[in-house]
Design a protein around this ligand. Structure first.
Ligand code: PMP
Length: 289
């Protein structure tokens, strides 16, 4: 496998960073997860916009323009003959000293990995997934804003551990006020009648790219779409619930905390959105040509 590392495509075995890189020492960096479908890098510009915004908040100078990163992403896919898969962009603060001071790190490292992806089993797309509410609260926005897609995912990992220990693959995370934020690696949506709702980002959600696209698709389908503060009550009593994310795409949730959602099966709106989303990902984005 060829990896893009600091301006060059190198062999996987040569794609290494310093043990003094603050990405390793402190989780000081940002990342993106993007998918390529039949040679189309879905929503690449939107992902890179978010990467640059995350980097700006943390005052990390990526050292490349968006256009250069688009080209580097295309080149990395081509070098690996990748037409379908998962692309990971990582920008670390770079090598510095053992102290926290980010200003002593000379140059950010930019990494692009074009690889395959392991999805949830097909059975889960057909039948939906059961989830629990994690006891781990989503990071408080004023401490570390969940809109920053940083290399420090310990908050999400703590919640994911709870999910796996409970025998499920995902979990709901609440914010410090007890309202719904998102799942450990996905956004969450509620369908009730003709209305689709999702928590606003200020409730502690990442501004998911899939989330934005699904809201657009639902509007096109004639649904009323609203970002609204919600508690678990709205989820337990919903007609349908689903999660969205680049890796998961759109997937039905059929149970939260042992309460079946709706009739306990993926609902018609969720299935329609899954279908519409799968059409969109092959056309909206940057083609590798
Ligand atoms: N929330 C979190 C915490 C995530 O890590 C992700 C991405 N895996 C999402 C939501 C979904 O975002 P996107 O649709 O941009 O992949």
């Amino acid at each position: 496998m060829k990896i893009f590392l600091d301006g060059q495509l190198v062999d996987e075995k040569d794609a290494v960073v310093s043990v003094f890189d603050h990405g390793l020492l402190y989780g000081d960096g940002v990342f993106e997860g993007t998918r390529i479908y039949d040679g189309n890098i879905a929503f690449l510009k939107e992902h890179l916009d978010r990467l640059f915004e995350s980097a700006k908040v943390l005052m990390i100078d990526i050292g490349m323009t968006k256009e250069e990163l688009i080209q580097a992403t295309v080149d990395t896919c081509k070098a690996n003959g990748l037409e379908n898969g998962y692309i990971r962009h990582v920008v670390t603060r770079g090598a510095g000293t053992l102290g926290l001071n980010p200003y002593l790190c000379k140059k950010a490292s930019v990494i692009i990995i074009a690889a395959s992806i392991k999805l949830y089993p097909q059975e889960m797309y057909d039948n939906g997934m059961k989830i629990i509410t994690a006891g781990t609260i989503r990071n408080m926005s004023e401490a570390l804003n969940p809109r920053v897609k940083s290399l420090n995912y310990l908050n999400n990992i703590m919640a994911k551990i709870e999910a796996i220990n409970a025998g499920v693959m995902e979990c709901l995370m609440l914010n410090p006020q007890g309202y719904v934020a998102e799942a450990s690696g996905d956004n969450v949506f509620v369908v009730k009648g003709n209305k689709l709702t999702t928590p606003p980002t200020w409730c502690g959600a990442l501004e998911g790219i899939t989330r934005e696209k699904v809201m657009d698709l639902a509007r096109e389908m004639g649904m009323e779409v609203e970002e609204t503060v919600m508690s678990r009550y709205e989820i337990w009593t919903a007609d349908e619930v689903f999660l969205t994310g680049t890796a998961a795409e759109v997937i039905a949730v059929i149970e939260l905390d042992k309460r079946p959602i709706g009739n306990g099966k993926p609902g018609p709106i969720t299935n329609k959105l899954i279908e519409a989303y799968r059409k969109l990902v092959v056309s909206d984005g940057v083609r590798i040509g």
